[in-house]
Write a protein that binds this ligand. Structure first.
Ligand SMILES: [Fe+2]
Length: 275
């Protein structure tokens, strides 16, 4: 019988100068939850069944994997949980509703960033972009493209970069928060390119066929801003970490359905080189 108990896959340490105490976060991405309620259409049921089979790659169905993650998080009681996009496999009101039910079981405060699957369809009819955003917004603190959580010693900033295009409004918000000079842990679904990452990545924000000039400008802004202390991303469906700028790391996760759970420990940094 398969063991559905989850454990932490790896731990990364993020030193932040000025941090007064250690804080622990758990993060997952790419849960790809696909679900249909009894009253949903036959097409939705068939779709959920097909996609669930597609993402059952480690002896556990995506929904059971996410439930196991929630059980782990409730056991570990972290200071917060990061959900870094593609938490549903495609948009239906039922998928969002079911995800909300699952998240209702999570004891910790969470930050949920938009991934490219949150408004994906795979052939099912989609409502307007505005309607999809309104439906998912309650799970994202009311804002689907930008959210800031203040942890006193540092900020956690979540942005939607899933469209490979950072519009002027979003760019302005990010510029504003960077200009505060405060240390920032940045959550976004799609990682940025680095010379090392480009050897293995299949899609990055600034080197993808969908990339707009604004995304290239944004990625460069992150590299140039010393107070972006780390980037937490998903999207690739494999785990990777490496520097996106000297001394600053990007952590890319494997999917939740492959049982990947990363622990992020923010610790005080004593030296004088950090912002
Ligand atoms: Fe994904």
């Amino acid at each position: 019988m398969t063991d559905n108990t989850f454990s932490i896959t790896n731990t990364v340490t993020v030193p932040i100068r000025g941090a007064k105490k250690e804080r622990v976060f758990l993060r997952v991405s790419d849960a790809h939850v696909a679900f249909a309620y009894p009253d949903d259409s036959q097409a939705e049921h068939e779709h959920a069944k097909k996609q669930t089979a597609l993402w059952t790659q480690s002896g556990i169905a995506p929904i059971d994997a996410f439930k196991s993650f929630i059980a782990l998080a409730n056991d570990k009681k972290p200071d917060g949980v990061f959900l870094v996009g593609d938490m549903i496999d495609y948009y239906t009101a039922s998928n969002v509703k079911y995800l909300a039910e699952l998240l209702g079981e999570l004891d910790s405060e969470y930050i949920y960033t938009w991934g490219n699957h949150e408004n994906g369809s795979y052939g099912l009819p989609l409502p307007s972009n505005e309607e999809m955003r309104q439906t998912i917004a309650p799970l994202m603190h009311g804002c689907t493209d930008f959210y800031v959580k203040d942890h006193d010693d540092f900020l956690v900033v979540a942005i939607d970069n899933s469209g490979f295009d950072i519009d002027d409004t979003l760019l302005g918000r990010v510029e504003q928060v960077i200009a505060t000079g405060r240390p920032i842990i940045l959550l976004m679904h799609v990682p940025i390119s680095t010379p090392e990452f480009d050897k293995v990545a299949w899609s990055t924000l600034d080197k993808d066929e969908r990339t707009k000039p604004s995304a290239i400008k944004f990625a460069q802004m992150l590299r140039n801003s010393d107070n972006i202390v780390c980037i937490i991303a998903g999207h690739e469906h494999f785990a990777w970490c490496g520097e996106f700028a000297p001394g600053r790391y990007q952590y890319v996760s494997a999917p939740c359905f492959k049982r990947f759970v990363q622990e992020i420990r923010v610790v005080p940094r004593e030296d004088k080189t950090n912002t």
